[in-house]
Design a protein around this ligand. Structure first.
Ligand SMILES: [Fe+2]
Length: 282
C-alpha cells in the first residue's frame, strides 16, 4: 500500500471533514473553487481538418465528502457549456467505485452533441474481485462512453483523429497492442490515460501518440516550489502538472477537479480545461 493510501486510512474520519465555517481558509477555498483553464496548443502533427478542434477535459472529480451532488451537477453543466467538439473525462470519479457510481447517478445526462468519452482511474476499480459493470452501466445511462483499451476514431474528410484510452496503469491491464491496431493509420493520436505513469510503457510498447491528456497526480495537491509534498506518481515530480514534451508527443497533466484524502490545496488549483488544438504553421 502506498504512503498516500496509508495516510488516508490513518486519518480519523473527523479530520477528513472540514466544518463549513472553516471553508474560507485559503487551502480549503482552493480545493473547492474549480477554475476553468482555457488555452490553445499548436501541434506539429495535427491535420488541417482538425484545426480549431476543442476538447473539454476534467479528471479526478473524487465525488463524495468534498465534492457533493450540487458541485457535480455544476461541473457537468460547465463542461457542456464549453461547447467543445469532444468532452473527455479522465477517471477517479469517486474515492471508490461506490462513489463513482453515485457521481454518475447524481449528474444529468450529457446532451446529444459532443461525444463524452471516459477513462477509468485507479479509484474506480472495485475491491474484492467485483465487476466493473455497475459503473460502466451508470456511465452509459448519462451518455458517457467508457473506453477500456478502446479507441474512437473521428474523421473529417480524409483526416482522422484517434482517441485511445488504455486501461488504468495501476489497477487495470493496459493493452497497448490493441490500441496500436485500433489507431493504425490515424493521422493524429490523442492518448487519454488516467495516469501519466503509463506513458513510458506505452512508448516502450511502440504505441504512437501525438498528444496525451492525463490526471492522477492532482499536481501534488499540496506543492511547494513546484514539487509535490506527497506524489501519487511512481515518477515523483517528472509529470506533476502542466505541459511536457516527451516520447515525441505533447503531454498535459491536469491538477484535477477534486481532491483526495483532505479537501485542501496549496500551490495547485482545482481545474477543468478547454483546450483548442491548432495546426502549427511554424
Ligand atoms: Fe485522483
Amino acid at each position: 500500500m502506498e504512503l498516500k493510501e496509508r495516510l488516508a486510512r490513518a486519518l480519523p474520519p473527523m479530520l477528513r471533514h472540514i466544518p463549513r465555517d472553516k471553508k474560507w481558509l485559503y487551502p480549503f477555498f482552493l480545493a473547492g473553487n474549480i477554475v476553468l483553464r482555457e488555452e490553445e496548443r499548436r501541434l506539429d502533427a495535427l491535420p488541417g481538418a482538425f484545426d480549431g478542434y476543442a476538447v473539454a477535459y476534467a479528471s479526478d472529480i473524487h465525488f463524495g465528502a468534498y465534492l457533493d451532488a450540487r458541485a457535480a451537477v455544476s461541473l457537468c453543466e460547465r463542461l457542456t457549456a464549453l461547447r467543445a467538439d469532444l468532452i473527455l473525462l479522465g477517471g477517479d470519479y469517486g474515492e471508490d467505485q461506490e462513489q463513482a457510481i453515485a457521481f454518475f447517478n447524481a449528474i444529468p445526462s450529457f446532451p446529444a452533441g459532443a461525444p463524452v468519452l471516459a477513462a477509468l482511474g485507479n479509484h474506480d476499480y472495485p475491491e474484492g474481485g467485483k465487476t466493473m459493470e455497475p459503473l460502466l452501466r451508470a456511465m452509459r445511462e448519462k451518455n458517457v462512453q467508457p473506453l477500456v483499451n478502446q479507441t474512437r476514431v473521428f474523421r473529417q474528410g480524409d483526416d482522422s483523429l484517434a482517441v485511445c484510452v488504455p486501461d488504468d496503469f495501476r489497477c487495470g491491464k493496459p493493452d497497448f497492442q490493441a490500441l496500436k491496431e485500433q489507431s493504425d493509420g490515424a493521422r493524429f493520436v490523442l492518448l487519454s490515460t488516467h495516469s501519466p505513469d503509463l506513458l513510458p510503457d506505452a512508448a516502450e510498447a511502440g504505441l504512437r501518440f501525438d498528444l496525451a491528456l492525463c490526471g492522477h497526480t492532482h499536481g501534488g495537491q499540496v506543492a511547494l516550489f513546484g514539487r509535490s509534498l506527497l506524489s501519487s506518481s511512481i515518477y515523483g515530480n517528472r509529470f506533476r502538472a502542466g505541459w511536457y514534451r516527451a516520447f515525441g508527443a505533447e503531454i498535459f497533466v491536469s491538477c484535477g477537479a477534486g481532491t483526495s484524502i483532505l479537501p485542501m490545496r496549496l500551490g495547485t488549483r482545482s481545474e477543468i480545461h478547454r483546450l483548442v488544438l491548432r495546426v502549427n504553421k511554424g
